[in-house]
Design a protein around this ligand. Structure first.
Ligand code: CDV
Length: 309
């Protein structure tokens, strides 16, 4: 491990990506944000979920292959290779969300994590897939992630990278306490999360006004209860008529927000994340070995996660 474990991290928030915006133009935007972050001294840049395309799950297609052009069949591929080259040249790593189509025809909502030398640390696939699978034209706009992506069964592994223990989650994953706890139990020190969160929630519009609150609530609680840094990065603004939450934030192990985006567009925010700061929580209030007692309250649950009588 390096002497100092202060990692300068950038959250590279994106504004809207138009349906017809060429991949090359999007990559140019990402490269410009990466260069700005590197110029600000960042060693790690976190981009949002599905950062290469518009949020295409809002549109129904009978034949899923009609959306194949939104997916990457290789990472890096010819159009994304420049980002990897920049990372190596600038000595700055990144996390980038994209739609993945495997050679077997499987579709995942994936994030690639790249080290400062341009090498791939891991590819994380989203676990909690929200929304619906069938056509629901009554909605103002649809959220068809369950049509276009399958759930990953690989959970939330933690990786030795960036001189610490780091992990990933994607958008809806951030609302579930077990996401953070799985990684917390592995000693995670920094969790990277990209998101696309429409302000309008069709199943219960009463939640619309609370989107910003819920976004920070779950990430701040996850950080605090597991003594870890959390970097939450939005694709915000109004994309193809749909307004999405911005408010990207870098959160300390205390649960405090130490940096927050002030726009709904392309914006870089940075914070010095001292990975050693995690121990202040992991070794005291949240010393799992000493205080955590799941054996005193855990019950056997069935496959649906329901407690058996
Ligand atoms: N991309 C997402 O996972 N969005 C969900 C919305 C649909 C609720 C989210 O949890 O933000």
């Amino acid at each position: 491990m390096a002497d100092s474990r202060v990692l300068r991290v950038a959250a590279a928030q994106l504004g809207p990506i138009a349906k017809d915006e060429p991949r090359a133009d999007v990559v140019a935007r990402l490269r410009s944000l990466l260069a700005k972050a590197a110029n600000d001294g960042a060693e790690l840049v976190v981009f949002p979920e599905l950062a290469l395309t518009t949020f295409f799950p809002r549109w129904f297609t009978e034949d899923i292959s009609g959306h194949d052009h939104y997916y990457e069949t290789e990472m890096p591929g010819p159009e994304t290779q420049p980002l990897f080259d920049d990372a190596k040249a600038l000595g700055v790593g990144f996390a980038l969300g994209y739609a993945e189509l495997t050679p077997d025809g499987e579709r995942f909502n994936t994030t690639v994590l790249v080290e400062r030398d341009g090498s791939i640390v891991t590819k994380f696939r989203k676990v909690h897939i929200p929304g619906h699978e069938g056509d629901e034209p009554w909605r103002e706009f649809q959220h068809l992630e369950r049509r276009y992506f399958q759930e990953s069964d690989a959970g939330f592994p933690v990786h030795r990278a960036f001189d610490g223990l780091v992990g990933l989650a994607t958008c809806n994953d951030r609302r579930w306490p077990e996401t953070y706890r799985e990684m917390g139990l592995q000693g995670v020190e920094l969790i990277m999360i990209g998101y696309n969160t429409p302000i309008h929630y069709a199943p219960d519009p009463g939640q619309n006004a609370l989107q910003g609150f819920h976004n920070h609530l779950c990430m701040q609680a996850g950080a605090y209860q597991n003594g870890t840094w959390v970097v939450g990065v939005a694709k915000g603004g109004t994309e193809e008529g749909v307004e999405s939450l911005a408010q990207s934030a870098i959160i300390a192990p205390s649960g405090q927000i130490v940096a927050q985006a002030i726009t709904t567009g392309d914006e870089v925010i940075v914070a010095d994340c001292d990975l050693d700061h995690c121990a202040k929580y992991k070794d005291t209030l949240f010393n799992f070995a000493t205080y955590r007692r799941p054996e005193l309250y855990q019950r056997i649950t069935n496959q649906k996660g329901v407690i058996e009588p």
